[in-house]
Structure formats: C-alpha cells, structure tokens
Design a protein. Structure first.
Length: 175
C-alpha cells in the first residue's frame, strides 16, 4: 500500500499518572456502584453508570443484557438512553458519564456519538477496555469527538465488586 493511502498513525498516549479524583467524582462513582449492585441483584454482571449534567444526576443505568436479551444493554448505554429521553436529544452535550468499569468499544463509540464531555471510570478492563487497556478510542485523532477520560476513580471498590461477583459465579452461587 503506498504511504499516501495509509491512514495516519494514531497519536501516542503519554504515560502519565491520572489526575486525582475530586470528592464529587467519588460521590458520583459511589452512585454508579449502587447501580452495579442493582445489576448483581438481578443476576447481571455488576456494572453501573450515572449521567451528570450541571452537577446534577439526570440518568442512571445498570447492566441488563442477559435479562433483556439485548447485547447493547450495557450500563452506559442504558444511562445514555435515559438521559437522551429526558433531554429530548441524543446529543448529550455538557454531560459527564461515570461508570464502574472501563467502557468497551461499543459504549465508547456511543459516548462519542452522544458527545459526552467527560468519561470517568472505576476499574480498568484488560479484556475489552476501550479507554486505554486494549485500545483507546478516545485518543484516536481521526475520530471527530474526543471526550475527556479519567480512570481509576474508586477503582479498588469497583474491581472488588466484579471480583466478588465472578468468584460467587465460580462457586456456583450465580444464575
């Protein structure tokens, strides 16, 4: 392939420590953790999400792909759908999204289409994470929207919740 036909290289992401989370970020992540517990209560992988605008929670969501027979029913998608319905617009300009687990490529893509201003996640996802663990869609210069991303907010709590859930499943205590 001639050099001019190749897509431009993705920008490199500098290896820097994430900024410290604020008390507000931690409070919003705690609400997302509550949503994750709701997912667990119905036999779903415990992931929760919260959409915030102007310092106010406008929508929440938790994982429900199993119960709803919908592969797109991730916590982030459910929260964005609820926020879009409330605002009467699929563009969520000025909104921040808090989620307990690093978003996957599907959710990251939806966040970009919705124009989410800021994505804050708890635990990293080394298998499907699209904010730097596997790929970093938000750093892809060829895409037209770039949300600010911060990971690691209450990461230990978020990760422990997932670990406990899967440990219970392995012991035969899950659905």
């Amino acid at each position: 392939m001639p050099a001019m036909d190749r897509p431009p290289a993705s920008p490199t992401v500098p290896d820097v420590a994430p900024p410290a989370s604020t008390e507000f970020d931690q409070a919003m992540m705690a609400l997302a953790i509550e949503q994750a517990h709701r997912a667990w209560a119905v036999g779903e992988v415990p992931v929760g999400a919260v959409v915030v605008r102007d310092g106010q929670v406008i929508a929440t969501g938790f994982n429900q792909p199993i119960g709803s027979h919908d592969p797109t029913a991730h916590a982030e998608i459910r929260a964005m759908r609820a926020a879009s319905e409330l605002l009467g617009n699929y563009r969520l300009v000025g909104c921040d999204l808090y989620v307990t687990l690093e978003p996957c490529a599907m959710c990251a893509g939806a966040m970009m289409h919705a124009r989410i201003r800021r994505v804050v996640f708890g635990a990293s996802d080394p298998k499907t994470g699209a904010c730097g663990s596997v790929v970093n869609l938000f750093a892809e210069a060829r895409l037209n929207h770039h949300s600010e991303v911060q990971g690691g907010v209450l990461a230990e709590r978020c990760g422990a919740l997932l670990s406990q859930f899967f440990a219970e499943r392995r012991r035969g205590g899950g659905r």
